[in-house]
Design a protein around this ligand. Structure first.
Ligand code: NAI
Ligand code: MG
Length: 374
């Protein structure tokens, strides 16, 4: 059962006692609408074997919804998620690159409204396929430059200057540091039980730029170090390391196999994880979970991919792995493990792959192949 599991098995952050699980589905825009249904298909496929029942509730959010109604994240979506669901899957939204009055990215808002302070992004290569990578990027999800407090100042000479707040708090740095350290211990516990891994002992790498941003990134770095030092009874087996973010990019491409758990402020974590996706072949295979103390939203790392929208060729694996991650964080490690195994089996064979991985298959052909292997 415990072979090459991706991540954080036994991450039972909270329990879902009832066997009927209500899952919110928020497809959003673009290929979000093509991949989120595949998460549902996978849950339906694993349900009976594991004695689980799923109910689904479709919810609105996104730029298309904003264009129709003037709101990108309806209150109803947030209320139903909070009151009526056990977890959720989010696809992607098409956030415009220029400012649109009244619009703001709904996933950024949702992470804040539901207290989903950690974005956990496992990036793992399948044994024998591509470069060896076995890391989890733990991205702070609530602050940094993503507080979006920007302003435009008119200078006396008629030109403009833009300013943005980069907020780093001790509170948020400590809780992201804690979850990164805990994930490192959980990964080690899996390895101790025989899980295949590139690592022998747990390592947590803090990524920052505190050589320049000594106050803000300095606080991030120092808070995590202090927390680690103050809790040596628990964390002494972990090697706590650090890497300045620009050389982190370099080392991640040169020697990705050395990284185990990487903890980063919001923006660096966002950028590093798309880079890490290139190491394992495609953004279309990298999952994430937005995690809080009592709720989780699975979300593929990729965006709405307008360049392939409507062609039926979006890779569903990022979403399918996000579905497994969601289950893990809900305390259902076994169906999650089955899903990872089926996905790995699909990736090991060259037969049925979407074009981003060099194949010719459609989204639905890949899903069917994974379900067949479950
Ligand atoms: P993107 O992630 O949508 O696409 C980047 C490249 O990866 C494209 O060539 C795309 O075809 C490919 N790709 C992504 N997912 C794929 C999949 N499942 N299968 C096959 N190929 C895949 O990033 P981009 O193009 O920068 O952004 C497009 C839109 O998505 C923008 O409006 C952006 O704001 C939004 N976005 C939304 C996110 C979210 O909702 N969490 C995250 C990132 C971007
Ligand atoms: Mg991103």
């Amino acid at each position: 059962m415990l072979s090459a599991r991706n991540t954080i098995r036994s991450a039972r952050l909270y329990s879902t006692a009832s066997k009927t699980l209500r899952i919110g589905l928020i497809p959003g825009d673009g290929i979000g609408r093509e991949v989120i249904p595949t998460g549902r298909q996978i849950l339906e496929a694993v349900s009976s074997k594991h004695g689980l029942k799923f109910e689904f509730v479709e919810l609105q959010a996104g730029f298309e919804h904003f264009k129709k109604t003037g709101t990108a994240l309806p209150d109803e979506t947030v209320e139903i998620l909070k009151k009526e669901t056990d977890g959720a899957l989010f696809g992607a939204v098409s956030s415009p690159t220029t400012k649109v009055a009244g619009y703001s990215s709904p996933i950024v808002a949702l992470r804040k409204k539901l207290g989903l302070y950690a974005n956990v992004r496992p990036v793992k290569s399948v044994e024998g396929v591509g470069r060896p990578v076995d890391m989890v990027i733990v991205r702070e999800n609530t602050e940094d430059l993503y507080v979006k407090e920007e302003k435009l100042i008119e200078n006396p000479d008629g030109t403009k200057t833009a300013e943005a707040i980069k907020r780093i708090s001790e509170y948020a740095s400590k809780r992201i540091g804690k979850i990164a350290l805990d994930i490192a211990l959980q990964r080690q516990a899996q390895r101790d039980l025989g899980a295949a891994s590139l690592h022998k002992s747990p390592i947590v790498t803090i990524t920052h730029k505190s050589n320049v941003l000594s106050v803000s990134d300095g606080l991030f770095r120092e808070t995590i170090r202090n927390f680690y030092n103050a809790n040596q009874d628990k964390y002494s087996s972990i090697s706590l390391q650090e890497q300045i973010v620009d050389s982190m990019v370099y080392r991640m491409f040169r020697e990705p196999e050395i990284f185990d758990v990487v903890v980063a402020p919001n923006l660096y974590g966002d950028i590093l994880s798309d880079g890490a996706a290139a190491l394992v072949g495609s953004l279309g295979v990298v999952p994430s979970a937005n995690v809080g103390d009592d709720y989780v939203i699975g979300e593929p790392c990729h965006g709405s991919a307008p360049d392939i929208e409507g062609k039926g060729i979006a890779n569903p694996i990022a979403t399918i792995r996000s579905t497994a991650l969601m289950l893990e964080f809900m305390g259902h490690a076994e169906p999650a493990a089955d899903i990872y195994t089926a996905v790995d089996a699909n990736l090991k064979e060259d037969a049925i792959k979407t074009p981003d991985l060099g194949g010719k298959s459609s989204t639905q052909e890949v899903v069917a192949d994974i379900i067949r292997r479950l």
